[in-house]
Design a protein around this ligand. Structure first.
Ligand code: SAM
Length: 433
C-alpha cells in the first residue's frame, strides 16, 4: 500500500511539474518521505532520515522537504517542532493535493499542513495509471473500521471507504490497454469492499472480483490484504468458480489464542478462522495460505503462544509477516499491562518464524519438478542476467530467458530450491506481450 502511495506521489508531481525521481538527494528539488507508523521502529526512522537531509536544505534553501504518510497523519504540525525545516506535511488521503501544498509553500514561505480525510476525492485527482510491466496495483478501498486494539490504521488512514465499481473498472481498462495482465487489488481490508455499483446500489467484493474476472485482457487477479471477519461464503465461492483468482490467500490471524484474539478485538475465534481456511481449501484445493502474526501482545502467556504454534501446525502457512507487538500511542492495547520480558517475546518470535520457514520450504519442495505458469515481472534481484517470474501461488522463480519475455506468461519447470528461492527452466511461453 505504501509503495502504491509513493508511486502515486511521483505520478502527481510528474503531472504537475514534470518532476522525475532521482537517486541522488543532492540533485532533488523536492525530497519526500512517505512514512509508516504501524510499528515504533518505522516511526523513529523518520526523524533520523530527516536529520540526514537537513544539511542539503542548509546548502540549498530552495529545496522543499515533505513528510507524507501515516506518521505525518498522526503527528501533523508537531513534526515541525522536532524538524522546523520541513516544508509540507500531508496524510495518506491528501497526497493528491501535493502540488497545491508545494505551491502554497513557495507563495507564502510558510510550512503547509494538510492531514485531513477527504474520502475518495483523492482518486478523482490522480493521473491515469501508467505501467510498462505486466502487473499493476489498483487501490479499491482505503482505511479501516475494525479498530483492533493494537492498531493505528483507523486513526491514520481513516475509516473504510470504497471506490465506485465504475472507477475501479476504468483504471483496470486503462491498465489492460497498456499490456497489464495481472492486477493486485489493494486496501487495508479489501474484502470489506462495499462500493457503488452502476445502478446506484452498493456491491460487495465478490461482485467486484467477478466483474473484473469477466474482462478479457485480465488473466490474473490478486488482492491484499484482507480480514477474516469479511471472508464471506460468497467470496469463498469465487475460488471455485473463477480460475483467474490466484491460488494464494493472505489472511491475517495475529494469534491462535481465543483469549488474545478477544483482547485484540479481532471479532472472530480460532475455530472460525480454521473454518474459513477449510472452506477456502475445499473451494480451491492446494491454495497457499499466508498470514500476519503479532507475538508478545500484552498478557500473552506461554500457553497462548503454544496455541498460536498449534494453529500454525494445523493450517500450514506458506510465509508470514510476523513481528513483535509494538505499542502504538492512542490505541487501547498501549494501556494494557504487559509483563512479558522482551527476551521471552523475541524467543517466541524466532520459534514461530523458524516453524513457518520450515512450512515454506515444504511448499517449495512440493513444487520441485512441477511445471508452473508464471508471469515474468522483470530482471531477477539475485542475478541481473536472469529473469524473475511469479507463479499463481505467489512464488518467485528465477530463470534464464530473453528480456523480451518481461510482461508475458511462461511455463517454467521448477528445477531447484535454494533456501526458499525457486529456480526454473523455460518450457514454453506465450508470444503475445
Ligand atoms: N487486514 C489486516 C488485518 O486483518 O488486520 C490489516 C493489515 S494491518 C494494517 C498490517 C499488519 O500489521 C497487521 O496484520 C498486524 O500483524 C501488524 N500490526 C499492526 N499493528 C501492529 C502493532 N501495534 N504491533 C505489531 N504489529 C502490528
Amino acid at each position: 500500500m505504501n509503495e502504491y502511495d509513493s508511486d502515486k506521489m511521483a505520478d502527481v508531481l510528474h503531472a504537475w511539474d514534470g518532476m522525475m525521481p532521482t537517486d541522488k538527494p543532492e540533485d532533488a528539488d523536492v525530497i519526500l518521505f512517505n512514512t509508516c507508523s504501524i510499528r515504533e521502529k518505522a516511526e523513529e526512522k523518520v526523524f533520523s532520515d530527516l536529520g540526514r537531509v537537513r544539511p542539503l536544505k542548509q546548502a540549498n534553501p530552495d529545496l522543499l522537504i515533505c513528510v507524507g504518510g501515516c506518521v505525518a497523519s498522526q503527528e501533523g504540525a508537531a513534526i515541525l517542532q522536532r524538524a522546523p525545516y520541513v516544508d509540507v506535511i500531508f496524510g495518506p488521503q491528501t497526497l493528491h493535493r501535493l502540488p497545491q501544498l508545494l505551491q502554497a509553500r513557495r507563495d507564502t514561505g510558510r510550512p503547509q499542513v494538510d492531514i485531513s480525510f477527504p474520502e475518495v476525492e483523492k482518486f478523482d485527482h490522480l493521473p491515469t495509471p501508467q505501467t510498462t510491466s505486466g502487473t499493476a496495483f489498483v487501490s479499491i478501498m482505503e482505511g479501516c473500521s475494525k479498530y483492533c486494539t493494537f492498531c493505528v490504521v483507523p486513526y491514520t488512514r481513516g475509516e473504510e471507504v470504497s471506490r465506485p465499481v465504475a472507477d475501479v473498472m476504468r483504471d483496470v481498462h486503462e491498465l489492460v490497454a497498456q499490456g497489464v495482465k495481472e492486477v493486485t487489488l489493494l486496501g487495508q481490508n479489501v474484502n470489506a469492499y462495499c462500493g457503488l455499483g452502476d445502478d446506484g446500489e452498493t456491491v460487495d467484493f465478490a461482485f467486484l472480483l467477478l466483474s473484473l474476472a469477466a474482462l478479457e485482457g485480465i488473466t490474473r487477479l490478486r488482492y491484499t490484504t484482507s480480514h477474516p471477519k469479511e471472508m464471506t461464503q460468497r467470496l469463498i465461492d469465487v475460488y471455485s468458480t473463477t480460475p483467474k483468482l490466484v491460488s494464494h490467500l493472505h489472511l491475517p490471524v495475529q494469534s491462535g489464542s481465543d483469549r488474545i484474539l478477544a483482547a485484540m478485538k479481532r471479532g472472530h475465534t480460532v475455530l472460525e478462522y480454521k473454518s474459513i481456511i477449510r472452506r477456502v481449501r475445499a473451494a480451491r484445493p492446494g491454495i497457499c495460505i499466508t498470514s500476519d502474526f503479532i507475538v508478545g501482545f500484552p498478557g500473552e502467556t506461554e500457553q497462548d503462544f503454544e496455541l498460536t504454534m498449534k494453529l500454525i501446525d494445523e493450517i500450514g502457512f506458506d510465509n508470514s509477516f510476523s513481528y513483535l507487538y509494538s505499542p502504538r500511542p492512542g490505541t487501547p492495547a498501549a494501556e494494557m499491562r504487559d509483563d512479558t520480558p522482551h527476551e521471552v517475546k523475541a524467543l517466541r518470535l524466532k520459534r514461530l518464524q523458524d516453524r513457518i520457514m520450515e512450512q515454506e520450504d515444504g511448499v517449495a519442495q512440493a513444487m520441485l519438478g512441477t511445471t508452473q505458469r508464471a508471469l515474468v515481472e522483470g530482471v531477477s534481484k539475485k542475478d541481473a542476467h536472469e529473469l524473475a517470474a511469479r507463479t499463481d501461488n505467489n512464488r518467485v522463480v528465477n530463470f534464464s530467458g530473453a528480456p523480451s519475455l518481461i510482461g508475458s506468461f511462461v511455463d517454467l519447470k521448477i528445477t531447484q530450491v535454494v533456501r526458499h528461492t525457486l529456480r526454473g527452466e523455460l518450457v514454453a511461453h506465450s508470444n503475445e506481450r
